[in-house]
Ligand binder design. Structure first.
Ligand code: NAI
Length: 296
């Protein structure tokens, strides 16, 4: 019945998201080609996957460390590194793109990949804030193109948003849903609309929290405590903002504001813009709305 059986997956971009996507795919027994810009970055990516796999093995094989080592070696053995995107897609059943969030760079990549990949290869982008239809527009396989939107950290977060554009075919959509399940994710479906489901709700919520703080209605700490203890959220909006990265939230808000200037939910935030301009990006830089111990 299934038109597309996915066994060979090429992941382009081995940063925060791509390394996680490669890891969970290999853990599910599929062959992965992981593409990065150069050998040095590739080495770092492979090291971060090894660290993450060691964590998984420790949990899964608590009582049998030798099985854990075997699991790590087998999983790593299924991931092949590459610095040649064109060569990397020649055998691919599915390509998942997780490179920098820049439409021009994504367009250039997908044009090259479209010319090199077999007609049956399915393409997906993990973009958080760009339109899938707009990314796909430079290819000749718009029916075999969709969004596969993962969450950070990929090995831990169960959700996968499967995005259909008006041109994504039913077969492609079904193949994406089946693949998501095969790598252990719970899939939901969403149209190609800004932020899909999670970010469309989460980003305005975080922005509203910042607006409350900017008005002086309550402190960041008190807003966080309120949402954790009163609404049952595992993290408060400022903790979440610092975790995601203020540059990321700011970039998303600015992009949506440009597209939809009349929507007050997407108004850029003064305090966030200031922190970003000072390099205070949240946990990763040691300071955002809160200060962090950099050694952590
Ligand atoms: P990142 O900056 O950690 O990783 C991007 C990687 O792509 C870098 O290692 C870079 O060297 C590599 N790269 C850039 N251009 C490339 C090219 N032409 N070919 C091969 N590799 C290339 O970024 P991150 O956070 O992993 O985001 C990647 C994508 O995933 C973006 O589209 C982002 O919107 C999306 N995303 C991010 C989430 C997050 O929480 N950070 C969540 C869900 C989606």
């Amino acid at each position: 019945m299934a038109k597309y059986a996915i066994k060979n997956v090429t992941v382009i971009g081995g940063g925060l998201m791509g390394s996680g996507i490669a890891q969970v795919t290999a853990q599910a027994g599929q062959n992965v080609t992981l593409v990065e810009v150069n050998a040095d970055v590739l080495k770092k990516t492979e090291a971060s996957i090894a660290t993450s796999l060691a964590r998984v093995a420790k949990k899964l094989y608590k009582d049998k460390p030798s099985d854990g080592e075997k699991f790590i070696a087998e999983t790593r053995g299924r991931i092949k590194g590459s610095t040649d995107p064109v060569e990397s897609v020649k055998q691919a059943d599915l390509v998942v793109e997780a490179i920098i969030e820049n439409i021009d760079i994504k367009h250039k990549l997908f044009k090259d990949l479209d010319a090199a990949a077999p007609p049956s290869t399915l393409f997906a982008s993990n973009t958080s804030s760009l339109s899938i239809g707009e990314i796909a527009s430079v290819t000749n396989r718009k029916d075999r193109f969709g969004g596969l939107h993962f969450f950070n950290p990929v090995p831990v977060m169960k959700l996968l948003e499967v995005i259909r554009t008006p041109e994504t075919s039913e077969e492609t959509y079904q193949a994406f849903m089946a693949w998501g399940k095969s790598i252990g994710k719970v899939c939901i479906t969403c149209k190609d609309t800004p932020g899909f489901v999670v970010n469309r709700l989460l980003v305005p919520y975080m922005a509203e929290a910042v607006r409350m703080y900017e008005r002086g209605d309550a402190s960041a700490r008190d807003i966080d405590t309120a949402m954790k203890l009163g609404a049952g959220y595992p993290m408060g909006p400022f903790e979440l903002n610092d975790y995601v990265g203020l540059d990321t939230t700011n970039f998303i808000l600015e992009g949506w504001h440009k597209k939809m200037p009349d929507n007050p939910l997407f108004e850029p935030l003064e305090s966030m813009k200031k922190l970003v301009s000072e390099g205070k990006l949240g946990m990763k830089s040691g300071e955002g709305y809160y200060k962090y111990d950099k050694k952590k």
